[in-house]
Design a binder for this molecule. Structure first.
Ligand SMILES: Cc1cc2nc3c(=O)[nH]c(=O)nc-3n(C[C@H](O)[C@H](O)[C@H](O)COP(=O)(O)OP(=O)(O)OC[C@H]3O[C@@H](n4cnc5c(N)ncnc54)[C@H](O)[C@@H]3O)c2cc1C
Length: 415
């Protein structure tokens, strides 16, 4: 059914009992044209674009838990395209442009809020490097503005801008098209739209191995039995290297827990996103009023998907240095997701050493913003066997050739 104000009104007349499930939950078929492993945003977007852009509808998304239960449902929802290198600028800005039309396209309110993303400069050196960063963005055709201390003050009056602050703010820069989107809605919107086009979304279905014949993948072994397909896409974020190992190849991915926390809801106080690259802390206010606070990576690799007190303490200290008034806030929840960090902080999208298996991983701490383009480009290579031009520089091969795209500085949270 189409979601609209009319369907809400119609629902009001029948006690809101007119809603059908947003996507079908069929049993897996023995064979598909393509399988996507991972029901996060990237996997669901891949399935949607396979169906929509390439007419491939005999597709299954296999998710071991529930749709959006991985990093897609655990992230701090920031979208932006403020990267340094032309390859990344093209990739991330394509994604942001897809986000800008996504609610209408999917008929699902993803609550995109382009409230601007402000990066704080705490020293003259920060300002110099931000000037370089903003210039690089402009040369890549993406708007960016350097901000004086007074302009930052006008955007976020709750910030401590006194010269005595532990981290004095001397200015910053803003991407006004940056902001936030509702993470669950992105997953649900893609799931619903893909299902409508005929894709099977199969939850509670863990991939435990890959079926291979004559040196190529021909299917997967799952907790619900074998499923065959000649084209398999992996979009499993922090568990990509686990799946790669099952398939018999290695990835230059290290998995870490990344943490975040939210406060109790308060009245509107912050209508932009504030990020301090120097401390690794960033804050936005959700539509419910909670302060959503993002933290840095754990210092050691791990698959333990839970928060830890040490990181929480450090991030609360960094946040309070910026917003002393937040010391009164009570924290509601803290959690972690397992992110897939690659040495150059750029994603990997394309073929793997096993013919028939393609991968989309390595987004690390910043793949929510990349969901539309990650799905678009993985779908392209799955459907055509050829890399999408946007994904060409992001091949696994770059770790052999040395043509890395080092976006550590722009990744926001230090990798
Ligand atoms: C705390 C935190 C804050 C973040 N903040 C931001 C942010 O503000 N902005 C931003 O752009 N990015 C952010 N990120 C990163 C972003 O969340 C991820 O890069 C992105 O969600 C990855 O999407 P995905 O679909 O690849 O992975 P996921 O959503 O993790 O989906 C992968 C799915 O694969 C499934 N899976 C794994 N193994 C198997 C298997 N064997 N069989 C079947 N299914 C399997 C998992 O259950 C999971 O649902 C953050 C991450 C975290 C943890």
């Amino acid at each position: 059914m189409k979601y609209s104000a009319w369907s809400l009104l119609r629902g009001a007349l029948v006690g809101q009992r007119n809603w059908s499930p947003a996507w079908r939950s069929p049993d897996p078929k023995p064979r598909y044209d393509a399988i996507v492993v991972g029901g996060g945003g990237h996997g669901l977007a891949t399935a949607y674009y396979l169906a929509k852009n390439h007419g491939l509808t005999n597709v299954a998304v296999l998710e071991r838990g529930w749709v959006g239960g991985g990093n897609t449902g655990r992230n701090t929802t920031i979208v932006r395209s403020n990267y340094l290198y032309p390859e990344s600028a093209r990739l991330y800005d394509f994604s942001l442009r897809l986000y800008e039309g996504l609610a209408r396209e999917l008929n699902f309110n993803i609550m995109l809020s382009q409230r601007g993303l402000v990066l704080l400069a705490h020293s003259r050196h920060d300002l110099d490097s931000m000037a370089r960063w903003a210039n690089a963005m402009r040369m890549n055709g993406i708007e960016a503005e350097l901000l004086s201390r007074e302009q930052v003050a006008a955007l976020a009056p709750a910030l401590d801008l006194s010269p005595e602050a532990r981290l004095p703010v001397v200015g910053g820069f803003i991407q006004r098209r940056g902001g936030t989107a509702r993470h669950d809605a992105v997953a649900w919107g893609y799931a619903r739209a893909a299902s409508k086009l005929g894709v099977d979304i199969i939850q509670d279905c863990e991939v435990r191995g890959f079926l291979q014949a004559d040196g190529r993948a021909v299917g997967v072994e799952t907790s619900r039995g074998p499923i065959h397909a000649d084209r398999i896409g992996i979009a499993a974020a922090g568990h990509s290297s686990v799946l790669a190992k099952l398939a018999g190849f290695r990835l230059p991915v290290t998995s870490y827990a990344l943490q975040a926390l939210v406060s109790e809801p308060v009245k509107p106080l912050l209508d932009t996103v504030i990020l301090s690259p120097g401390t690794g802390a960033y804050v936005s206010q959700s539509d419910k009023g909670e302060m959503v606070i993002g933290a840095m990576l754990d210092l050691f690799p791990s698959y333990a998907q839970r928060g830890s007190f040490a990181i929480e303490q450090a991030i609360v200290a960094a946040t309070l240095a910026m917003f002393p008034a937040f010391s009164r806030l009570r924290m509601l929840r803290q959690w972690a997701g397992i992110v897939d960090v690659v040495h150059d902080s750029s994603p990997i999208i394309g073929a793997t050493p096993v013919p028939g298996i393609y991968i989309n991983c390595g987004w690390g701490t910043g793949g929510f913003k990349g969901i539309p383009v990650g799905g678009w480009t993985l779908a392209h290579v799955l459907a055509t066997g050829k890399n999408h031009e946007l994904a060409e520089p992001f091949q696994l091969q770059r770790f052999l050739t040395g043509r890395l795209i080092d976006e550590a500085a722009a990744s926001g949270i230090a990798h």
